[in-house]
Unconditional design. Structure first.
Length: 134
């Protein structure tokens, strides 16, 4: 599972996901990419699940780049816990995703293989996506 080795602060502010992605919005490494159309948070488990779906369909033939990293800490309170008492324990890490952000890139495969691999991976992700061809 992806998570940072070391962070400056253990818990972070929630922040806002407004606007469109400027950084990471174009294909850099591969020939085909999957791009987010809606905004949301993607957890490290979802990234790993999508990665496995892509690699399983490609039979580990092509090269895959993961263009997002879950570095934002997410905390949550226990069930039936009253309000107050500050911020609670770290639950997981997740990656904030804005519309236009490239999530995965692949190369060394045919266009049909890339399209089907990304289709299978998109089912694992909580945001709507579209496929790009370089």
């Amino acid at each position: 599972m992806l998570q940072p080795k070391k962070t400056k602060y253990r818990k972070v502010f929630r922040g806002r996901l407004k606007g469109k992605a400027i950084k990471g919005s174009s294909i850099v490494f591969g020939d085909y990419a999957i791009k987010a159309v809606t905004r949301g948070y993607i957890t490290s488990r979802q990234i790993e699940s999508a990665r496995r779906a892509i690699m399983r369909y490609m039979k580990r033939w092509g090269k895959l780049w993961i263009r997002i990293f879950p570095d934002k800490a997410y905390t949550s309170k226990w069930l039936e816990q009253p309000m107050g008492w500050g911020k609670w324990s770290l639950e997981m890490y997740r990656a904030p995703v804005k519309p236009g952000r490239v999530l995965f890139e692949i190369t060394w495969v045919t266009p049909e293989t890339a399209r089907e691999a990304f289709r299978l991976a998109s089912y694992k992700l909580p945001v709507k996506t579209k496929i790009l061809v370089d």
